[in-house]
Design a protein around this ligand. Structure first.
Ligand code: ZN
Length: 247
């Protein structure tokens, strides 16, 4: 458990008051390291909320240069960073917002070559990647390291968030044994919708790290913001799953 400073108590006192969270929850967040990849319309607001909550360390993996068509949703980016590496905008914004969060910013997306190094020392993974190949790599790392994964996805007006505790709940491969056929790289998105999915994922992750009730691990949180229909769907473990079946 990390000891809270007087400044920590001053910054976080409104959330320390949350029943079931308290100083113990704050201290657990202060001691935690989270990986977030990628850090666009979904991962950006997710990082914001983790930084606001006082996570100790964020490892961030995101490649590429900022484009104009990122700016409707990638809220860690700023207009003056167009054409520059996205990782620089991400780092500058988060440092200004909460200088007490330790940042490790990797200007790469998750790949088979970097997954092991990037997940070293990480306590929880937040996947906000649009590509199944990256999501599957993070799922495999979560199972190998026995650390939770919060997989966040959205398309158009819909969002799907699944938090996974290896050995206790279904993993991403239990739900999707293969990459779904109709998956497309380009997707319609309003920034408020990706931020909604992000914050639902951030809340689930904060619960898992702090012990705050009631984690929805093992259930998919689904929403359709067109109709404002929200529901939770229990996802069964597949005991023959090639990733987590042995646990
Ligand atoms: Zn599985």
């Amino acid at each position: 458990m990390e000891t809270l400073t007087e400044q920590d108590r001053a910054i976080y006192e409104w959330q320390i008051d949350v029943p079931g969270f308290g100083e113990a929850g704050q201290s657990a967040l202060r001691g935690a390291t989270a990986l977030v990849s990628r850090v666009g319309g979904l991962g950006g607001p997710l990082c914001f909320s983790l930084a606001a909550a006082g996570i100790g360390k964020l490892v961030i993996a995101h490649a590429g240069e900022l484009r104009l068509d990122d700016l409707n949703r990638q809220i860690l980016m700023t207009f003056d960073g167009v054409g520059e590496p996205r990782s620089e905008s991400i780092e500058a914004t988060l440092k200004r917002f909460n200088p007490n969060v330790e940042l490790v910013v990797v200007p790469e997306n998750i790949s088979p070559e970097n997954i092991e190094k990037i997940t070293e020392g990480v306590d929880i993974i937040f996947s906000a990647a649009p590509l199944f190949e990256e999501r599957f790599l993070m799922n495999q790392a979560s199972v190998d390291r026995k650390i939770p994964l919060v997989d966040c996805a959205m398309y158009n007006m819909e969002g799907r968030i699944l938090s996974i505790v290896p050995g206790e709940t279904a993993c991403l491969n239990c739900l999707y044994p293969e990459v779904p056929e109709q998956w497309k790289r380009r997707f319609p998105v309003i920034g408020a919708v990706s931020a909604l999915a992000a914050n639902m994922g951030a809340i689930e992750g904060i619960k898992l790290l702090s012990g705050l009730p009631e984690s929805q691990a093992g259930k998919m949180l689904y929403f359709d913001s067109a109709t404002m229909n929200f529901r939770t769907i229990q996802i069964k473990r597949n005991y023959k799953c090639k990733v987590c079946g042995h646990l």
